[in-house]
Write a protein that binds this ligand. Structure first.
Ligand code: 15L
Length: 267
């Protein structure tokens, strides 16, 4: 197998649970961690319970690891202190440990919510200024900046995956645009992990949907070609991609319901 040991954090989450099953062929040992209890280790796995905010525990967690798939942390809007602990303090602990353990690559689960305050009428690429739509989105911006810093200073490579909405199926009209099919997520992670040189790459994790808000040309070197689309669900959400009515806030911004985490300033 190509790797001796891969670490998957957040292995108890929605995407972590999926990846835990799917990445087995890539390494002799998959070390899976979560702050919660998760199903016991199967053949070829090591299970470690770990709170990312615990610096020493994170250092031990990364011992003997070749590359990290970081899907841990808070994944929706939450109380600020929880976001800070997991996504700021925890992420800093993770990168410090990556550096100390000599690990060369991280796949970082970022989010499209780093640009969620762009209107749905605009197309955004990896170099567009960040416009997070909630504190959770701000914490993901921190992760993109921190990983950039660890690349520029130490040469640690990171691929930031700005994941759209990765579920079995799109759940609403917005997800017709943001949908990332599970198989496409696995393929994207595979490309991010196995492309020989990635430096610091930012890519949007989205399937081949009809309406697009995100331009991925700057990440073409990953060779990711989505094979799935939200199109088969079009009849379920006929309003998808339509010009949003002025009073529909969630449809006005790419972040959808996440922008409703607080009031919205209008100048
Ligand atoms: C995210 O960042 C969340 O982690 C996920 O639960 C989804 O809600 C997704 O964004 C989305 O925008 O649909």
């Amino acid at each position: 197998k190509p790797f001796q040991r891969l670490l998957l954090t957040g292995a108890g989450g929605g995407l972590g649970t999926l990846l835990r099953e799917r990445i087995k062929p890539w390494a002799e040992v998959i070390r899976v961690s979560d702050v919660r209890d998760i199903p016991a280790a199967q053949a070829g796995e090591e299970v470690v319970r770990c709170d990312l905010a615990d610096r020493d525990a994170v250092l031990a967690l990364l011992d003997g690891v070749d590359a990290v798939l970081h899907f841990g942390g808070v994944s929706v809007e939450e109380e600020a202190s929880k976001i800070v602990q997991a996504n700021i303090v925890g992420l800093h602990n993770l990168y410090e440990a990556v550096h100390k353990q000599g690990i060369k690559r991280v796949i970082y689960a970022s989010s499209s919510h780093v640009v969620g305050f762009y209107p749905t009428t605009e197309v955004v690429d990896a170099s567009a200024p960040l416009r997070p739509d909630c504190l959770y989105g701000v914490s993901k911006c921190f992760g993109e900046a921190l990983s950039r810093y660890y690349y520029d200073r130490f040469g640690i490579e990171t691929v930031c995956l700005r994941i759209g909405s990765s579920f079995e199926e799109p759940r609403n009209a917005r997800m017709m645009v943001t949908f990332l099919a599970h198989d496409d997520l696995v393929e994207l992670v595979r490309c991010a992990l196995f492309t020989p040189r990635v430096g610091h790459t930012i890519t949007f994790g989205v399937s081949d949907n009809t309406v697009r808000w995100w331009d991925n040309r700057q990440a073409a070197h990953l060779g990711f070609v989505p094979k799935h689309s939200s199109r088969p669900y079009a009849e379920r959400f006929p309003q998808a991609g339509a010009w949003p009515p002025a009073d529909d806030i969630a449809a006005t911004f790419q972040g959808g319901p996440f922008v409703l985490a607080g009031p919205i300033y209008k100048d």
